[in-house]
Design a protein around this ligand. Structure first.
Ligand code: PEP
Ligand code: MN
Length: 356
């Protein structure tokens, strides 16, 4: 799916759509009603652009998709024969809006793509898909466009790939596209993100393409030219779902190795936790605090050094040890808790003391 962030003029729409149709793009996208972060930005041409999209459909035979965020958008688009819709990230985050749009689409046979909500919440994403599905919209798909984050990051919208991967795990039959344009936020990042998505076996891409990106009225920095898209698609390596027959046995051996190692990792973690419990009991007997900050700083410094030596990334090892440390503390807290008998004795003592 490809096309401009926004439809701007009939000429821009046609100039962009013609080469896309020629290169075999599946669906032409163009935003008419643009949800902008700040007022005074270009908010789209609105319903005035619908006849331009109809022209793309009839003259070039290309299905066209628009973003809908309200009942009015749905009605106007349906009246103009639009049959592919997408819900934008800000809309997916709002169950009232999703429900109203769903009601407006009920009984139609259109195809709907749901972008992830701006916040990294897989249930909210699934909730929007469920609302549509329950209203009989079965031609459903999802679009991963990254998530908002505070402060500067390497992306416009952070991908948190685990979230679309989790969506796929929960609804394996759902088609999933990646929108590398809104994740990357700049033209030069689009190709690498698209390849990353193909390596993860996503079903396709939604890419912003404009006949003259520098002059685009929205998202100018991230749109490709039609030629740029063609080059990217030619270079994109599609991976097969499985290794070659002859390599299956090799892969299986590697996987068996991983399983054995994982068993050992868990065995070691269990042993580590039982040592930690014993330390907890010792701390309890000595009535000392659980968190020994100096000790923890020493552990982190040591693990950082070992990680570097072993070629593991600092970030990964720190995340891992944060989780291990949190679990250790949790277990020592439980050790510190009085057993029910001890708690009763302590209460009796308190009562005795008061009576005295
Ligand atoms: C868009 O596709 O142009 C758009 C506004 O997307 P999102 O909802 O992902 O921000
Ligand atoms: Mn855009």
């Amino acid at each position: 799916m490809a096309g401009p962030c926004s439809a701007e003029t009939e000429q821009q729409v046609m100039e962009t759509a013609r080469p896309l149709a020629a290169m075999g793009v599946g669906v032409f996208r163009a935003g008419l009603w643009k949800p902008r972060t700040r007022p005074d930005s270009f908010e789209g041409v609105g319903a005035a652009g619908l006849p331009w999209l109809q022209r793309v459909k009839t003259e070039l035979g290309l299905p066209v998709a628009v973003e809908v965020a309200s009942v009015r958008h749905v009605e106007e688009a349906l009246n103009h024969g639009i049959d592919v819709f997408w819900l934008g990230a800000r809309t997916t985050a709002n169950p009232f809006a999703v429900q109203e749009i769903t009601e407006a689409l009920r009984g139609t046979d259109v195809s709907v793509w749901v972008k992830n909500p701006i916040n990294p919440d897989v249930d909210l994403w699934i909730g929007a898909l469920e609302r549509l599905n329950r209203a009989g919209i079965t031609r459903l798909g999802a679009v991963h466009r990254g998530f908002s984050a505070f402060g500067a990051t390497a992306y416009r919208n952070v991908p948190y790939w685990q979230i679309p991967i989790e969506l796929h795990r929960r609804i394996p039959e759902l088609r999933l596209l990646v929108d590398p344009s809104h994740i990357g936020g700049s033209r030069d990042r689009v190709a690498a993100l698209a390849q990353y998505a193909m390596n993860l076996d996503f079903d396709g891409l939604m890419v912003e393409v404009h006949c003259c990106p520098e002059r685009a009225l929205s998202d100018a920095a991230q749109q490709l030219t039609p030629d740029g898209l063609q080059t990217m698609l030619q270079r994109l390596r599609l991976r097969r779902p499985q290794v070659k027959e002859g390599d299956l046995a090799v892969l299986q051996r590697f996987r068996d190795d991983l399983t054995r190692i994982d068993d050992q990792v868990l065995e070691l973690l269990a042993r580590r936790m039982s040592v930690s419990d014993r330390i907890g009991r010792l701390k309890k007997e000595n009535n000392v605090v659980i968190l020994q900050r100096e000790r923890w700083n020493e552990v982190l410094a040591h693990m950082g050094a070992v990680a570097r030596e072993k070629g593991l990334s600092d970030e990964f090892v720190m995340k891992l040890y944060d989780a291990i440390h949190a679990e250790s503390i949790e277990r020592q807290q439980r050790v510190m808790e009085d057993s029910p008998e001890q708690a009763c004795t302590r209460m009796d003592d308190d009562v005795d003391n008061k009576l005295k």
